[in-house]
Design a binder for this molecule. Structure first.
Ligand SMILES: Cc1cc2nc3c(=O)[nH]c(=O)nc-3n(C[C@H](O)[C@H](O)[C@H](O)COP(=O)(O)OP(=O)(O)OC[C@H]3O[C@@H](n4cnc5c(N)ncnc54)[C@H](O)[C@@H]3O)c2cc1C
Length: 444
């Protein structure tokens, strides 16, 4: 039998209160009829979220849906409304203006009863008394806490990294600082040839800067591309006037107070008015350590985004789930929602996500998903290099486990679905299908 939830009713004539699924028929104290009883919302659970990136905002949204009476407080150490961090390179390139970056309008937070505190840096957590403390001396109590503190750029300890003119890109503030320098013709060295480094290079090259990309590994996008695909990508990037140095190790950044050049280990020098380092990120774990949470490279969470403390959840770039740190937008968004639902007591699970990537800004169609090179006996790689484009499909026991689409990524959605659904293509592979024919089969 379905039991109706108990509610609290109060007589608006005499203040008498009673509990029940429905209001009482009449007030036993003043005798007035049931129409004078009003429902009192249950005392709201206090949810506190540290960090207002996509994971934090998604968590707040999920809590509001799952527990409309809950009190949601979202703390951000940034000064702007939460924004599309992944679109900062498009903003740098001039494809978007800053008004298009907001995740939601200010009114959205009010309408959804999400108390957003900007410019509020959390400096400590006392898990025993269920409180967090901000740098401006305030304290916030919680019944459930969600950590979405994200990640910070990793800066290798090159000599000279502290010189003026050495930058990373993580925040809108960083992007504006880069734009200010690129307002005049400048030489820029981008250290790191991963997705972010290449997008930054493309963006500021479009602003008129002379750009060199320095990648220490033998080829660009080593996590997303095999060597053959990377060679094609490099040619496309160089044809835009961007210089690319692969297998090039940075020795030092040189200058008096301001950076003037980058010295490579082979002894060569690249002139630099600005150096932008994109060498990966590391999770922001300082608060998690203070709260005594179990951590490895990230805050350890289970499928419901629960940490080692039953009242604390975590999601996004600060989180490690089943040994994996994603550092990507979509997983941060879904983990955030799941953390919010879990904190509000609504069952939800994160099943993992095959990491996939697309390149923005450069105008080069590129999609990469899952594993890109064979590692086990029996892995089968199909490659098609026609028309200056590149497509590869990696199968294990007939199942598509990874793919690269470069130059024409129109099949990206179909490939993603097939990888996520672990579709079995044994029948087609058994007939010796070629990569080109496999593409046609996917299109059908
Ligand atoms: C330029 C750029 C381009 C990108 N492009 C892509 C892309 O194309 N595709 C993709 O999948 N991913 C991309 N990413 C990665 C993606 O943006 C991140 O994975 C995602 O933003 C992570 O979200 P998050 O909410 O976990 O963390 P974050 O976005 O880092 O948010 C964490 C927030 O918490 C705040 N915070 C930290 N500590 C505290 C504290 N103590 N007190 C208060 N607030 C605190 C931080 O300031 C920040 O605002 C890109 C990233 C960048 C920087």
């Amino acid at each position: 039998m379905n039991q109706l939830p108990l509610k609290t009713w109060v007589c608006n004539v005499c203040g008498f209160s009673s509990a029940g699924a429905e209001p009482p028929h009449g007030c036993p104290q003043c005798g007035t009829d049931r129409n004078h009883f009003e429902e009192i919302p249950p005392a709201g659970k206090r949810y506190l979220i540290i960090g207002a990136g996509i994971a934090g905002v998604s968590a707040a949204d999920a809590i509001h849906q799952a527990d409309p009476y809950g009190k949601v407080v979202l703390l951000s150490d940034e000064t702007e409304l939460p924004y599309f961090r992944m679109n900062l390179t498009r903003y740098l390139a001039g494809e978007l203006d800053s008004s298009k970056l907001d995740l939601h309008s200010r009114a959205w937070y009010l309408e959804n009863h999400i108390e957003l505190h900007l410019n509020t840096k959390v400096v400590d957590i006392d898990a025993r008394s269920q409180q967090v403390f901000s740098a401006d001396g305030r304290s916030y109590a919680y019944d459930a806490l969600i950590m979405t503190t994200g990640a910070s750029p990793f800066v290798p300890p090159f000599p000279g990294v502290d010189l003026a003119g050495v930058q990373t890109l993580r925040t809108l503030r960083d992007a504006n600082a880069i734009l200010a320098v690129c307002a005049r013709p400048v030489d820029v060295v981008c250290i790191g040839g991963g997705l972010l480094g290449l997008e930054v290079a493309g963006a500021i090259s479009r602003r008129g800067a002379q750009v060199s990309v320095v990648e220490s590994l033998p080829w660009l996008l080593p996590r997303q591309l095999d060597q053959a695909a990377s060679r094609i990508l490099q040619q496309k990037i160089e044809s835009m006037g961007i210089k690319v140095f692969t297998g090039a190790k940075t020795k030092a950044l040189l200058g008096e107070e301001h950076v003037e050049s980058v010295q490579l280990e082979d002894g060569s020098f690249l002139p630099a008015d600005l150096v932008i380092i994109s060498a990966g990120v590391s999770a922001n774990l300082e608060l998690a350590r203070k709260a005594g949470l179990a951590i490895n490279r990230g805050i350890l969470v289970d499928d419901m985004m629960r940490t080692s403390d039953p009242l604390i959840f975590a999601a996004g770039d600060d989180t490690e789930h089943q040994g994996r740190m994603y550092g990507l937008w979509i997983p941060a968004k879904s983990q955030g929602s799941i953390a919010g639902f879990s904190a509000a007591g609504k069952p939800a699970k994160f099943a993992g996500d095959p990491p996939s990537a697309r390149l923005k800004v450069l105008g080069i169609d590129l999609f990469s998903i899952g594993q890109i090179s064979p590692t086990e006996n029996g892995d089968l790689l199909l490659v098609d290099e026609s028309g200056g484009n590149y497509a590869s499909f990696l199968f294990r026991k007939g199942v598509l486990i990874g793919s690269i689409l470069l130059g024409d990524a129109s099949l990206a959605a179909k490939v993603k679905n097939a990888v996520e659904a672990q579709e079995d293509f044994s029948a087609q592979l058994g007939q010796g299908i070629s990569a080109a024919a496999f593409k046609e089969a996917l299109k059908a």
